[in-house]
Write a protein that binds this ligand. Structure first.
Ligand code: HEM
Length: 402
């Protein structure tokens, strides 16, 4: 990171260790103008109280046509393709559209509805671990476990065929990380085409899974347009796996680098739920929440942000704020970290949080009991992080199972 009077400029090393930059910002420039590694000027909010307030701020908007048009004219990590199908969803909407869209699927994600999935999630987890046990000792844990578990669960829940999941993972990964605009656009188009075909097939042959319900709602245009149905499928599929894969991946990496914490958890599995919260707090899957805009002068953390600006709030910086968490940089699986902001806050608070927590709980419980000798099979300094300002996750996690 370099600093000037006006801007902080985040360099490519921000991806490898955002926490060092966040620590400095929290102290010196808690709400500041920043140039992202891709060169985009934004405002960045880093203190816990300010981040929490910004996430629920009624004047920080998710959707604004004029600003979106402005954004399309310049590169942005979050919006590099113009296909409306990828943004006509609840996470890019303000009330009343947000309220209407979220209500259509919220029943399927309540604590009770998700708890009913536990036996199936346990079964999928056991099958994956069985396959690992029967296979080689050295594996990439992301490929063999952290990715297949959430993608299988969300595909089954929605009713999306599993055959195309590798294509799907590639498009989704490309879309969520910084990079070449043409490559983004191509991945976006492939994704939209794939989802459009799925939705149109459901129109001809209705199904009783969640995608079927979404498509049925779109037959009544007061409830949902065809574009919104495609976009809803996109959001649920992408949000349903891009994040949980890193809860499992980064959480395991954290344990492997803190053997005493690994041992505490392995010897007392009743701590797994609190450990999952601590992994989310300590190095959560979403480090900067999705973009918000000002449409009028708006004060955040005592700083007035002019209209027409992009505001990014750092969940990761907030979650390590020493004013909120004593010894905030320390990983402590016994910590009661349940007020962390890793799932966001306010009306966009993660719809899938109960599902993600359940998957995390089942994954860590089974992984630690099956492979108590799990070890890192790489120099931690050589592992690379995904070049994204939204998603925080490793590119690979080489381990030895026994
Ligand atoms: C929203 C994090 C798993 C579906 C969000 C937001 C965060 C988040 C931070 C709010 C973003 C913002 O305000 O800009 C996470 C994390 C997960 C996870 C850390 C895993 C550990 C899931 C899963 C689903 C899901 C499994 C299942 C489909 C959604 C949806 C929204 C959302 C639909 C938009 C809610 C709205 O706009 O009202 N998530 N998520 N997420 N998440 Fe998750």
């Amino acid at each position: 990171m370099t600093t000037s009077d006006q801007y902080l400029r985040l360099g490519p090393d921000f991806y490898a260790d955002p926490h060092a930059d966040y620590a400095w910002m929290r102290e010196e420039r808690p709400t500041s103008r920043v140039i992202t590694p891709l060169g985009n000027p934004v405002w960045l909010v880093t203190r816990y109280d300010d981040v929490r307030a910004a996430l629920a701020h009624p004047r920080l908007h998710k959707s604004n046509r004029e600003l979106r048009e402005l954004l399309e004219a310049r590169p942005s990590e979050d919006r590099t393709i113009s296909e409306d199908a990828l943004t006509a969803h609840m996470l890019s909407a303000d009330p009343p559209d947000h309220t209407r869209l979220r209500k259509l699927v919220s029943k399927a994600f309540t604590g009770r509805a998700i708890a009913a999935l536990r036996p199936r999630i346990e079964e999928i987890t056991t099958e994956l671990l069985d396959a690992m046990e029967a296979g080689p000792d050295r594996v990439d844990l992301l490929d063999t476990f952290a990715f297949p578990l959430p993608i299988t669960v969300i595909c089954e829940l929605l009713g999306v065929p599993m055959d195309d999941r590798d294509d799907f993972r590639r498009w989704s990964n490309t879309l969520l990380q910084s990079g070449d605009a043409e490559v983004h656009a191509a991945a976006g188009l492939s994704m939209v085409q794939y989802l459009t075909d799925l939705v149109d097939a459901r129109r001809e042959h209705p199904t009783d899974d969640m995608l079927g319900a979404i498509v049925a709602a779109s037959e009544d245009s007061d409830q949902l347009s065809r574009l919104e149905a495609i976009s809803m499928a996109f959001l649920l599929l992408v949000a349903g796996h891009e994040t949980t894969v890193n809860l499992i991946g980064t959480g395991t990496f954290a344990l492997l680098r803190h053997p005493s914490q690994f041992e505490i958890l392995r010897s007392d599995p009743s701590l797994v739920p609190s450990a999952v919260e601590e992994f989310l707090r300590w190095d959560g899957p979403v480090h900067l929440a999705t973009i918000r805009f000002t449409v009028e002068p708006t004060v955040i953390g005592g700083v007035e942000i002019p209209p027409g600006e992009i505001v990014l709030v750092s969940l990761s910086a907030a979650n390590r704020d020493p004013k909120r968490y004593p010894d905030a940089d320390a990983l402590d699986v016994r910590r009661q970290a349940n007020s962390h902001l890793a799932f966001g806050h306010g009306i966009h608070h993660c719809l899938g949080a109960p599902l993600a927590r359940l998957e995390g709980e089942v994954a860590f419980t089974q992984l630690l009991s099956r492979f108590p000798g799990l070890a890192l099979d790489a120099d931690p300094a050589e592992l690379t992080w995904r070049p994204s300002t939204l998603i925080r996750g490793l590119e690979r996690l080489p381990v030895r199972l026994r």
